[in-house]
Design a protein around this ligand. Structure first.
Ligand code: PLP
Length: 408
């Protein structure tokens, strides 16, 4: 079959809930993927940070295949020799006391919200049925009905209501807005340390630290959604560490599966996690021996290959190089670690056009929010490969700039 056949097949038999770029991928290794015609692309998106370790990392593939041949799925009706060691390592690395394994990031967010509500009723003594959750405008925490109930994005919500009660949205980056929104019924404040899908939005320096103080003073749980920012993406193991804070609850996903499996965790202090009794919550596949073996190896590879330090060092140089790009089409360049966004001027073009041109130049990425080109390569990328990416990005903006002038 040729590329367009595969595209047509997906479109005929698949729901139209995505609008992929016109490339059909069939193989990956490290920072590169190949299409069905054998053309090679540099992956500058890494599946929304799920592929931070690079495609088909040999150690992770080995952990996956060995465990798959040994014991893959047991359900949580029994103990396994893989889950405990994985949870122990995740707790040690994050400074949390206990962890609850799920699969997708959305499920781990749901788990956090359930924990927060039950904590509010049983520990904080909020009257039954009154607990409130606060989140931020522009957030992205997933796609379930409860989670889009927290979204401020019309497209994510429209047609999917009614939503659960007790969900409230406040401005991002404004600690005073948090202080004012808290009531005696507030259970938790759910926040991304950097908004990823929202457009790589960095809050003002000190924001999270101030939120942590406010939450502690008012007996509200601070829950950090680090599904995208965690595990080295922003140049620290957790983005929370840039501000020296330890949240009450933490959500990890995406890269935790080593680019191979959906593996997520909700981690918390014991006082929070102990609200879950036997039978309160669960997942058939969550924490399977297969997921645990891959998750543990994913954490070890991050340490052994110094992916956090690489993200900080390479990200600094990459951001500096992008900031030097001179183009009337670029409004702003921002980021932290290897988590960078280029905001384009919508007067001239949409970010999608830039992504389509980058594809022709052999670079894969995806726009977020129409105006932001996201650049989040695997953390195993080399400096020379980033330099090459900068050259091609520059070329694309140069060409698009010339075309824009002609139109005007
Ligand atoms: C991707 C993402 C999620 C949802 O994860 P899924 O695995 O797609 O369910 C939640 N929170 C953040 C911050 C994310 O980036």
């Amino acid at each position: 079959m040729i590329q367009t056949d595969f595209q047509e097949l997906e479109e005929r038999f698949g729901a139209r809930n995505y609008h992929p770029l016109p490339v059909v991928l069939s193989r990956g290794s490290g920072v590169y993927v190949w299409d069905t015609e054998g053309r090679r692309y540099l992956d500058m998106m890494s599946a929304y940070s799920a592929v931070s370790h690079g495609h088909c990392h040999p150690r992770l593939v080995k952990a996956l295949t060995e465990q798959a041949a040994r014991l893959a799925v047991t359900s949580r009706a029994f103990y396994s020799d893989r889950l405990g060691p994985f949870l122990e390592e995740a707790c040690k690395k994050t400074g949390m006391e206990q962890a609850l394994p799920m699969n997708s990031g959305t499920e781990a967010v749901e788990t956090a919200l359930k924990a927060a509500r039950k904590w509010a009723y049983t520990v904080k003594k909020v009257p039954e049925g009154r607990a409130e959750i606060l989140a931020c405008r522009g957030n992205f925490h997933g796609r379930s009905i409860t989670v889009v109930g927290l979204s401020s994005e019309m497209q994510y919500r429209k047609g999917f209501g009614p939503f659960p009660d007790g969900l409230k949205v406040i401005p991002y980056g404004d600690p005073e807005a948090l202080r004012h929104a808290i009531t005696p019924q507030t259970a938790a404040f759910l926040v991304e340390p950097i908004q990823g899908e929202g457009g790589i939005i960095l809050p003002p320096h000190g924001y999270l630290a101030q939120c942590a103080v406010i939450c502690r003073q008012q007996n509200v749980l601070l829950i950090a959604d680090e599904v995208q920012t965690g595990l080295g993406r922003t140049g620290d193991f957790l983005a929370c560490q840039h501000e020296g804070i330890r949240p009450d609850g933490l959500i990890l996903g995406k890269a935790l599966g080593g680019g191979l499996l959906p593996v997520s965790l909700f981690l918390a202090r014991r006082e929070v996690m102990q609200v879950f009794g036997s039978g309160d919550h669960g997942s058939t596949f969550g924490g399977s021996p297969l997921a645990a073996a891959v998750g543990l190896e994913a954490l070890r590879v991050i340490e052994d290959e110094h992916l956090v330090e690489r993200s900080a060092r390479l990200g600094r140089d990459f951001l500096a190089a992008l900031e030097k790009l001179e183009s009337p089409l670029i409004r702003a360049v921002r980021g932290r670690g290897l988590f960078v966004g280029i905001e384009v001027d919508p007067e001239y073009l949409g970010a999608r056009t830039v992504c389509e041109r980058l594809l022709e130049e052999g670079i894969l990425t995806k726009e977020t929010h129409r105006t932001v080109v996201r650049l989040a390569p695997p953390l195993v990328i080399e400096a020379a490969e980033l330099d090459e990416a900068v050259i091609r990005i520059e070329k694309v903006f140069h060409t698009l700039g010339r075309e824009a002038r002609k139109v005007c």
